[in-house]
Ligand binder design. Structure first.
Ligand code: EPU
Length: 420
């Protein structure tokens, strides 16, 4: 397993190209299953999660070809059954279920199970399919949704932590080929949901209201091929902005969209990291001393759970006390004990982490537990004195395109140690 060796203490300067959004491209790739015609997706990030999703689509019968940054997928004939071995690698693969149900009227997918950040149930996904008239059966570790015909209707997708991003994606992808009109109430409002809706609309779907809590879908009998460019990754942009603040540098986030990052920009400004527009890009830099801020993660447009760990790394470097509350995933604090290895003082109290920041961090070997936890350890390592070895960076490779290469271009002393 590869690791990163980081010699910290270098302020990062320069430009970084923000890649296409992982959490937008995965459901968009799944949506290509809705038509037998070819689709072309632009600005596809080279990530292991994208490779997993490509394998799943190929296993289902689709043909996929990568041409530069464009991915061409043609799902002329497909089957509706996905095995445990395929699905277990990536929880996001659950979003093949909606399009399979929409197109074939039947989907059998291995239950994805939980992961280190929390239980990750799929009850709301199944509620959406049932609201469209599908019968749901769970047997031998597989979930089956099937229907003679899908009929649109009202559905409510609010859960205990707000809506569900992939659940909303699944509901939309099943409903576009249902008869009649579907109303999704308490829909997720994330930009990735809007990007998927835009792709589906380009395929001929009739969708209104994506980006708001009420989405209206008027079913059509078939969809056609389409071409689409994926939105820039707001979480990657936020991570580099935080790295600029943590190292007292200045980074131009090329192509990042301020309108997708309002809560992050607001919080970073409060913390003494300015993120402002420069032409078509954003630029992040420190504005004097860092200030301790409290952060609570919330569904969009609130502060994203996917930036919580990186923000905690920044707060560990900031003099004062910061309370970081996680409202989306109950166990998303795996980075706390690893940040402590670098010298951070953090206590967990229920859903909150209390960070007593400002003590200088010093490099140490640390273990990445999940994608965003890994990013937090890299940010901390970049600011720490001495050398930090971040082990198991395959987690990072799932969701950050060439992070080591991009950081090196910004001046970081970071090296990938490849292990066969
Ligand atoms: N939930 C339910 N029932 C469901 C589905 C979700 O109770 O049927 C709960 C979850 O347990 C959680 C909350 O609802 O408490 C939100 O989960 P959501 O379904 O929105 O998460 P997801 O769609 O599975 C996506 C991203 C995650 C990101 C979350 C929240 C993808 C592939 N994944 O997951 O991204 O954290 O939305 O924004 O889009 C990451 O990139 O590191 C990552 C984990």
């Amino acid at each position: 397993m590869d690791s990163f060796l980081i010699k910290g203490g270098v302020p990062l300067h320069g430009e970084v190209e923000i890649s296409g959004a992982k959490n937008a491209v995965l459901p968009i790739m799944a949506a290509t299953l809705l038509t037998p015609e070819p689709c072309v997706i632009h600005r596809v990030p080279q990530l292991s999660d994208v490779r997993f999703m490509t394998q799943i689509l190929e296993w289902l019968g689709a043909k996929a070809r990568l041409d530069g940054g464009a991915l061409r997928i043609e799902a002329r004939r497909i089957k509706g059954h996905a095995d445990y071995d395929l699905v277990r690698k990536m929880r996001g693969s659950i979003c093949i279920m909606g399009p399979l149900l929409g197109r074939l009227r039947k989907a059998v997918v291995s239950l994805p199970g939980g992961c280190v950040i929390g239980a990750r149930p799929i009850n709301l996904h199944l509620k959406a399919f049932a609201a469209l008239g599908a019968k749901i059966r769970i047997e031998s570790g597989y979930v089956e949704a099937s229907a003679k015909k899908l009929v649109g209707g009202p559905m409510f997708l609010g859960g205990r932590a707000g809506s569900t991003v992939l659940g909303t994606a699944n509901a939309m992808m099943a409903a576009v080929l249902a008869e009649g009109v579907t109303f999704i109430e308490s829909a997720a409002c994330e930009p990735e949901v809007v990007d998927l809706a835009n792709f589906l609309i380009a395929m001929g779907a009739k969708i209104q209201g994506a980006g708001s809590p009420t989405i209206t879908i008027t079913g059509v009998s078939q969809l056609h091929g389409a071409e689409h460019e994926v939105i820039p990754d707001r979480i990657e942009a936020a991570t580099f902005a935080i790295a600029a603040g943590a190292t007292n540098g200045e980074i131009v986030l090329k192509g990042a969209r301020a309108d997708h990052l309002r809560a992050v920009i607001d919080k970073l400004n409060e913390a003494g990291v300015v993120v402002e527009r420069r032409g078509a890009d954003l630029v992040a830099r420190r504005n004097g001393r860092l200030q301790a801020v409290d952060v609570t993660t919330l569904p969009y447009a609130g502060f994203p759970t996917d930036v919580q760990a990186q923000m905690m790394a920044l707060m560990a470097l900031t003099p004062g006390i910061s309370i970081i509350t996680e409202r989306i995933f109950e166990s998303r604090f795996m980075h706390v004990s690893e940040l402590a290895r670098l010298g951070a003082e953090i206590e967990i109290e229920g859903p909150s982490a209390i960070v007593k920041g400002g003590k200088p961090l010093s490099g140490a070997p640390v273990m990445a537990s999940d994608l965003r936890a890994s990013a937090a350890l890299v940010v901390a390592g970049l600011a720490a004195r001495g050398t930090t070895q971040v082990n198991r960076v395959y987690h990072l490779d799932r969701g950050y395109e060439q992070m080591d290469v991009k950081l090196r271009r910004l001046g970081a002393r970071i090296q990938r140690i490849e292990e066969s």
